[in-house]
Design a protein around this ligand. Structure first.
Ligand code: ZN
Length: 150
């Protein structure tokens, strides 16, 4: 693959392509508690994200839609990460990811939580792709906040 992923480290590229080709948790969630759509018109990325929340933890997540390799892989990595996490843990992860993509330092502890998501750090070299990588995370953060207060 060339272009957007051109010079990315091989390992990172492998993780992203794996999630792009086989996205996780793509089944719609019945009676979702949190249900929202995100889109990035500059790239044509569009996702519908649904969560089932039980005892303030994400019990189930479903992501449907389509987008470029980066946005799709990012949404899939999100689906994998948030299951079983409390809303505080999800907020913390979103904060780590924002800093990671801005090129700021994250702690070893944060890196442990993110795991494979660190692969997204490669998009820092392609500023137009940062929006693709953050798309579903920012939407999730906002939707969870709305769910908690509403
Ligand atoms: Zn995109």
């Amino acid at each position: 693959m060339t272009g957007a992923l051109g010079n990315m480290d091989d390992l990172y590229e492998a993780i992203i392509l794996d999630h792009y080709r086989s996205p996780r948790n793509t089944a719609p969630v019945e009676e979702a508690d949190v249900d929202f759509e995100v889109n990035n018109p500059f790239c044509g990325d569009e996702f519908h994200i649904q969560l089932k929340v039980e005892n303030d933890a994400v019990a189930k997540v479903g992501i449907t839609g389509r987008g470029c390799a980066i946005s799709q892989a990012s949404a899939s990595l999100l689906a994998e990460l948030v299951e079983g996490k409390s809303s505080d843990e999800v907020h913390a992860a979103v904060s780590s990811i924002r800093r990671l993509l801005k090129g700021e330092e994250i702690t070893d502890e944060e890196a442990d939580v993110l795991g494979d998501i660190e692969a997204l750090a490669g998009v820092r070299k392609f500023p137009v792709r940062i929006k693709c990588a953050l798309l579903s995370w920012v939407g999730l953060d906002d939707a969870l906040k709305a769910h908690q207060t509403g």
